[in-house]
Design a protein around this ligand. Structure first.
Ligand code: ZN
Length: 422
């Protein structure tokens, strides 16, 4: 993911500046006395104490040198304690770049679920590379060797693990660490009671929360909502998010940002559970039938994840993998089905043609089913490849969330290569 950041930023062209908050880059900003925030795609926070720095998050391997250079404009104190808010590669992989030459190895704290995450990355490195290639708009074949190497242990793994709650004292000051599932099962939010600074990690990202990601393991929107309310109850005076810019000196705004996001998530979850309780229809029927909440607030725009995908993760948590369609319990191979449908339609070219016509009327959901069948029925037909790629290119242009845009861009790249996802 860190291998091709331009893919991320490219998707924000033409969007209102407030939406670009998710991609905010800047700093160092002093959010409280002796407390600095900086962000290069992902954020990090340095609390300077009399015994050295408490550092919350460390960026990606790629951006850590720039992040560290920003913070080092303000403080040369050694890192006493580092806290990884979660084990994603844009938070836990840059610590080595923040250390002062010759300094003692810092204590590194994380939630107890984090080592299992690193093991999973190691065990599924090529799978992960494929998922991230798609999430960022390409094909796995086009990934560099770095993309595989990116997954596994971070350069400095955590040495101190905790379960639910941990209070630490550094330089005579207390810092609270709270576990909260949300985007991941290993998330920590950090609260400094004396400076009133909140570091939520990716539990707050200036966008519809990343609790739906279609390719990743289970996420926990309802747990995040609970955690956001606990954070709001602390009445923070500064918010230093995992992605996007900081807010400092505006308690009312921070409270609104946290509670509105919690309300948004609770609405998605309760509507999904209600739909499931209404006879447990097939998953697609729940997803396409639900009334999704929308917000005008700049911190609740679907610029990264897609609200529809949050519904999917709620369904997955409460049920099994079966879609609910009888034919999909033990389905035919897709290529066989695609060839049969193409034969009925008069050939893959006919299917692609019909897909184009439907797309031209704006119904990309329907058009792409036919486009997939066309490509799967005739993957080496150059004309079909081009038509299908063009439909996905056009569809990507109609979407707002990075994940949706890039998966459709990836579908186009695969189509051009004559390789349906299937
Ligand atoms: Zn992140």
């Amino acid at each position: 993911m860190a291998t091709n950041p331009s893919a991320k930023f490219g998707t924000m062209r033409g969007r209102p500046p407030e939406e670009a908050k998710f991609f905010w880059t800047g700093g160092p900003i002093e959010v409280a006395p002796r407390t600095w925030f900086a962000s290069q795609f992902s954020g990090c926070v340095a609390f300077e104490t009399d015994d050295g720095l408490v550092l919350v998050d460390t960026g990606t391997k790629q951006f850590a040198p720039a992040l560290a250079a920003m913070l080092r404009q303000k403080t040369q104190a050694p890192v006493h304690t580092a806290i990884y808010t979660h084990g994603h590669i844009d938070h836990a992989y840059g610590l080595d770049r923040f250390l002062i030459p010759g300094q003692k190895k810092p204590r590194v704290i994380a939630h107890s679920a984090m080592p299992a995450r690193f093991q999973r990355y190691h065990d599924t490195a090529r799978h992960n590379a494929a998922l991230n290639a798609r999430q960022f708009g390409g094909t796995v074949e086009a990934q560099s060797a770095d993309a595989y190497a990116a997954f596994g242990q971070p350069p400095i793994p955590p040495d101190t693990l905790y379960d639910d709650r941990l209070n630490i004292t550094v330089g005579g000051e207390e810092f609270e660490l709270h576990h909260c599932k949300g985007e991941t099962d290993d998330h920590t939010w950090v609260w400094s009671p004396s400076r009133r600074v909140l570091c939520p990690g990716d539990l707050f990202i200036w966008a519809v929360p990343n609790d739906g990601n279609p390719q990743k393991v289970q996420r926990f929107a309802w747990e995040r909502a609970k955690g956001l309310r606990e954070m709001a109850a602390k009445k923070p005076n500064a918010l230093c998010p995992g992605h996007g810019g900081p807010v400092a000196g505006d308690e009312a705004k921070i409270a609104r940002m946290l509670t509105e996001t919690a309300d948004f998530l609770d609405t998605v979850v309760s509507r999904t559970v209600a739909a499931m309780n209404n006879g447990s229809p097939p998953h697609v029927d729940i997803v396409t039938g639900i009334d999704l909440p929308k917000s005008d607030s700049p911190w609740l725009q679907p610029v990264y994840d897609d609200t529809e995908f949050l519904v999917r993760n709620v369904i997955r948590y409460y049920g099994g993998w079966w879609s609910g369609r009888p034919s999909e319990l033990k389905p035919a191979p897709r290529a066989v089905l695609a060839r049969e449908i193409a034969a009925l339609a008069g050939g893959a070219a006919k299917l692609a043609e019909r897909a184009e016509a439907i797309a031209s009327n704006g119904d990309f959901r329907l058009a792409c089913h036919l486009a997939d069948f066309a490509l799967e029925a005739a993957p080496s037909d150059a004309a079909v490849q081009a038509r299908v790629a063009a439909i996905y290119d056009r569809r990507a242009d109609t979407e707002t969330s990075l994940m949706t845009i890039n998966i459709f861009n990836s579908a186009s790249a695969y189509a051009k290569a004559g390789k349906p996802f299937a």
